[in-house]
Design a binder for this molecule. Structure first.
Ligand SMILES: N[C@@H](CCC(=O)N[C@@H](CS)C(=O)NCC(=O)O)C(=O)O
Length: 200
């Protein structure tokens, strides 16, 4: 299977961590694809022109939650998507929160990198930053839920925090979030996290 991705995409990283935790990393060929260059043909695979996209025998799959859930059907190990009950809904809520944090961080990044300085809108950036602060506070309060075997929730959280480290290291997200920081430091030891890490 081909995964259209960017090494810097936090959503693609979430997928790659899932693939690794599921023991599927050798079945996935990663193909670096640009969202900016129309010649990449990405929009023919995903009309939304977003990464990641997983090419399967039945066509392209997107977005990252769908890809992750699909990958989780392809292995016989412990499931990363809990099958039922509160554990499932909690894991999915963690994924939604972490993905939302990533969305907000990406919007800030796009505002800074794609718009000329004189057209950047500070209140818009502040609104996205507030989402990130609230998400981090909620993650800190609920950090105990992240303990135990990895789930799609904890993997999404790790990918989101990794993206803050990659692009917004100067924000110091660990300050005021000691439980989350300790959990992240432990998760970062996992081969799935370490091998998917990129430096800016
Ligand atoms: N909900 C999507 C979000 C994907 C997304 O925003 N990907 C970014 C790269 S990390 C992208 O392709 N951005 C280009 C754009 O928004 O046009 C997912 O989970 O896959």
């Amino acid at each position: 299977m081909q995964l259209l991705y960017s090494p810097f995409s936090p959503f693609a990283r979430k997928v790659r961590i899932v693939a690794f935790e599921a023991g599927l990393q050798d079945r996935i060929e990663v193909v670096t694809t640009s969202t900016e260059d129309p010649a990449s043909g990405l929009s023919e695979h995903n009309p939304l022109n977003k990464l990641p996209v997983l090419e399967t025998e039945f066509g392209p799959l997107y977005d990252s939650p769908v890809i992750c859930e699909y990958l989780d059907t392809l292995h016989d190990g412990p499931k990363l998507f809990p099958v039922a009950g509160p554990a499932r809904w909690r894991a999915l809520r963690w994924q939604a929160l972490a993905d939302g944090l990533q969305d907000a961080a990406l919007l800030i990044r796009y505002e800074a990198s794609l718009r000329p300085a004189e057209r950047q809108h500070a209140p818009y950036v502040e609104r996205q930053q507030a989402k990130i602060r609230r998400a981090l506070d909620r993650m800190e309060a609920d950090a105990a839920e992240l303990d135990g075997a990895p789930t799609i929730g904890s993997i999404a959280a790790a990918a989101a925090l990794g993206y803050l480290d990659l692009r917004f290291g100067d924000w110091g997200w660990r300050e005021g979030h000691p439980r989350l920081a300790a959990w992240h430091a432990a998760f970062a030891q996992r081969p799935s996290y370490a091998t998917t890490e990129v430096k800016a």
